[in-house]
Design a protein around this ligand. Structure first.
Ligand SMILES: Nc1ncnc2c1ncn2[C@@H]1O[C@H](COP(=O)(O)OP(=O)(O)OP(=O)(O)O)[C@@H](O)[C@H]1O
Ligand SMILES: [Mg+2]
Length: 395
């Protein structure tokens, strides 16, 4: 019962929503039409009042005030031009004709004895029509262009919306395929240690194993468990990165603490060098996350030098931002591996999860920075992180 009711409720609510949408579109169209007709009425009132007042000025002013008549005569242009702007060429010409029709009786009654002056006034009426017509044509053209622009803008916004939809679909498809790949690699990563643990269990099951074999088997089980544990921790970091807590980061302090940490686990033959500029710009970011990035890079550097060497950690100012580098003297990365090193689960190590650099990439990008890697001239690799000056929660 419930399952049959639910879709109905959904479709009903969807229907109501689309009805609401169309009502609101109709409402806004109606408001626009009302607003337009109100503006047109106001313009018409101004034109009628302008022509009426100017004509009244002519009829009520005695002929000896010639200057006033000359002024009134030119005042007709105001309503005529306004009519042309508001209603186009038809509006301009009609206003010109109305002004002329109201003006002609005044010329006939008052100025017919002054032939030249009267002719000048008739010519002025012709000018009303010409000015009204030309202004109207120009205003028509401007209106047409505005309409075309509006249509183009609407078309562009429609195309933009369609593009956005397509982009969303592509992103969704991308995410799904990434999840599929992730699941496949994860299954592979988990199956290997499980097989080892299974084998170890079999060995333990066999009765009367010498003490060394038992110890060795137990250490395999422990190693595999800790590998699985690390895999899951990195996977969680990668899959559910927490939001950065934006604060000022003391890069030198981060470098020192990372060096201290790695020193203990790295072999004796590894030396560390810190090179930091005197006046480093402030780096805004998440200190813990930046420490994790540095740790992953430094551990990789140490692991790349099983026979020892030097790891150099640098932090300097560059283009008002901060450039942080981790340089090693290890075996380097094969050219065919370069493209894959940031891929989740790509590893060339027996016990690696292949998530270290993926996490690094994710964190650096989330903090608004960039990461790049290059082979050193002599030997080893240099990983470079750049955080631009604007990096921060606002970014
Ligand atoms: N400094 C480096 N020198 C040489 N190879 C490197 C260096 N850093 C990374 N790599 C290569 O990139 C691969 C991926 O590194 P990443 O940190 O993602 O995983 P991992 O180190 O193999 O495993 P995990 O970080 O889980 O221990 C490594 O297996 C290694 O082949
Ligand atoms: Mg690593």
């Amino acid at each position: 019962m419930i399952s049959t009711n639910e879709p109905m409720a959904t479709s009903f609510s969807r229907h109501t929503k689309s009805q609401d949408d169309s009502i609101s579109i109709e409402d806004s169209a109606l408001t626009l039409a009302t607003e337009k007709s109100r503006t047109a009425r106001r313009a018409l009132a101004f034109i009628v009042a302008g022509i009426a007042i100017t004509s009244a000025g002519h009829y009520l002013t005695p002929p000896e005030y010639r200057l006033w008549h000359a002024i009134f005569q030119r005042l007709y242009y105001l309503p005529v031009v306004y009519a042309a702007i508001a209603f186009g060429s038809t509006g301009g010409i009609v206003a010109g004709i109305v002004a002329g029709l109201l003006y002609i009786p005044h010329i006939l009654t008052t100025w017919s004895h002054e032939h030249d002056y009267a002719m000048g006034q008739y010519a002025e009426i012709f000018m009303f029509l010409a000015v009204g017509g030309v202004t109207g044509v120009l205003s028509d053209r401007e209106r047409r262009q505005r309409k075309e622009l509006q249509a183009t803008a609407q078309q562009l916004s429609r195309v933009y919306r369609e593009l956005q939809n397509t982009f969303e679909q592509v992103r969704r498809a991308d995410r799904l395929s990434a999840i599929g790949q992730l699941a496949a690699s994860l299954a592979h990563e988990i199956r290997n240690p499980l097989a080892s643990i299974d084998g170890a269990a079999e060995v333990m099951e066999a009765a009367q194993q010498p003490e060394e074999v038992r110890a060795e088997t137990m250490s395999i089980v422990r190693n595999e468990c800790s590998r699985l544990n690390r895999l899951l921790t990195s996977l969680l970091d990668f899959a559910r990165p927490r939001k950065p807590e934006w604060r000022e980061v003391d890069v030198q302090k981060v470098i020192d603490s990372v060096t201290e940490l790695v020193k203990h686990s790295a072999g004796k033959g590894i030396q560390f060098e810190r090179r930091t500029g005197d006046q480093l710009p402030t780096l805004r970011g998440d200190e813990e996350q930046i420490a994790q990035v540095m740790l992953n890079l430094t551990i990789n550097a140490a692991q790349a030098m099983p026979d020892g060497g030097k790891i150099t950690l640098t932090a300097v100012e560059k283009n008002n931002g901060i450039l942080i580098q981790v340089r090693d003297e290890g075996a380097g990365i094969l050219p065919e591996h370069m493209e894959k090193i940031f891929d989740p689960f790509f590893t060339t190590k027996d016990t690696g999860t292949g998530l270290g650099l993926s996490v690094v990439h994710q964190i650096v990008t989330q903090l608004g920075g960039t990461i790049s890697v290059a082979s050193n001239e002599e030997r080893g690799m240099t990983f470079s992180l750049f955080f631009p000056p604007s990096t921060g929660d606002a970014a």
